[in-house]
Design a binder for this molecule. Structure first.
Ligand code: HPA
Ligand code: ZN
Length: 349
């Protein structure tokens, strides 16, 4: 503890929501296509002459009743079909980044799914340049540090992942890492061991979704075969005591997404979420929104609802925000500056 360590016990419980909303934080797990609000889906569909099988914004929102990951992914990929032009990708990312700034997210590492777009004939360059232009503007106009992580769709083949990597390499200065998402069960990390090894040689940061619906074994192989630096979700790890010890010992961050877990029925209700147990076990857990337009909340809603349901404390709020900076792929200098800002925020609250 530094001399300016916050006095957590001086913060009254009724001020916790305000503290959660105002504290600086990093978001490390969000899919930019999952930030497409129904209103923007309809606006882009009209702008691009794309037809979508929903009569209205309300009709589309009503379809957001999911039973598991796949039931969500089917709608998520349908929503992304309205994205065609560079400006569409920019507009989507800019809307999210403005929201992030308003919620005191000072750093965000956004996933994108190029295969969802290239399969529809959209050029890789269109996708990457629209998203990257929004990241540049976010730093300049909003003071938000934003970076991109390219995800391979795990329901597709490793060969297709290799082809996607080749298409993306001309733009390699515009993304910092590689991830793995989409349908988890039946598509274990080992399916992508060779392409991840190549990405590692190329110097990219590596992450993968594992242990969202899939078993602890998928978290083990994400660590040992893919050599990921963070695990996305990873909540099923609590079923394996040896895995929990490994994650704690190696300081592997879990990018936990409570409202996503609730909406995809990973936990029956938020009160039973294991975020507190992950922190108690010494894991570097973080809070993230995953697909905020679909799961009923951006960062602050994830924090406020989870804390209300589970009884987490101001000290745990500090820990989660501090973890988000520690686990980010930003420069050491930026990370330290944000951690100092976080300390100062708590000390002055
Ligand atoms: N899990 C897997 N793939 C995804 C998700 C998710 O929560 N969101 C978007 N693609
Ligand atoms: Zn995700």
């Amino acid at each position: 503890m530094t001399p300016h360590a916050p006095n957590f016990s001086a913060i009254p419980a009724e001020r916790l929501p305000e503290l959660l909303r105002t504290m600086p934080k990093a978001e490390l797990h969000m899919h930019i296509e999952g930030s497409l609000e129904p209103e923007l889906i309809f606006a882009l569909a009209q702008r691009n002459g794309v037809s979508i099988p929903y009569a209205s914004v309300e009709d589309l929102r009503k379809a957001y009743a999911f039973t598991n990951l796949q039931s969500f992914l089917d709608i998520y990929y349908a929503g992304a079909s309205v994205l065609l032009k560079e400006q569409d990708f920019y507009d989507m990312a800019w809307a999210y980044l403005q929201r992030a700034a308003a919620e005191n997210v000072v750093r965000t590492e956004m996933f994108f799914d190029p295969q969802t777009h290239t399969a529809r004939g959209v050029a890789m360059e269109t996708v990457v340049s629209g998203l990257h232009r929004a990241c540049v503007d976010a730093q300049a106009q909003l003071g938000v540090s934003a970076a991109l992580i390219l995800c391979f769709l795990r329901h597709l083949s490793e060969e297709e992942a290799f082809a996607t990597l080749e298409q993306a390499l001309p733009y390699r200065d515009k993304f910092i890492g590689i991830g793995l998402d989409s349908s988890e069960v039946g598509h274990p990390p080992e399916k992508f061991a060779r392409v991840f090894a190549r990405c590692r040689e190329l110097g990219f940061h590596l992450v993968a979704h594992a242990g969202e619906e899939g078993p602890p074994a998928y978290v083990w192989t994400a660590l040992d075969l893919l050599k990921v630096e963070r695990v996305d979700h990873g909540v099923q790890s609590s079923k394996d005591a040896a895995l929990m010890r490994r994650l704690a010992a190696d300081r592997i961050a879990l990018t936990v997404c409570p409202l996503s877990n609730l909406k995809l029925c990973v936990f029956p209700d938020l009160a039973q979420h294991n975020l507190g147990a992950l922190l108690d076990a010494g894991l570097v857990a973080t809070v993230n929104s995953d697909d905020p337009a679909y799961f009923g909340g951006y960062m602050n809603e994830n924090f406020v609802q989870t804390f209300a349901a589970t009884g987490l404390t101001a000290q745990q709020a500090f820990q989660l925000a501090d973890n988000s900076f520690v686990a980010s792929f930003a420069t050491a200098a930026d990370k330290q500056a944000w951690r100092d800002r976080l300390q100062a925020h708590f000390a002055g609250f």
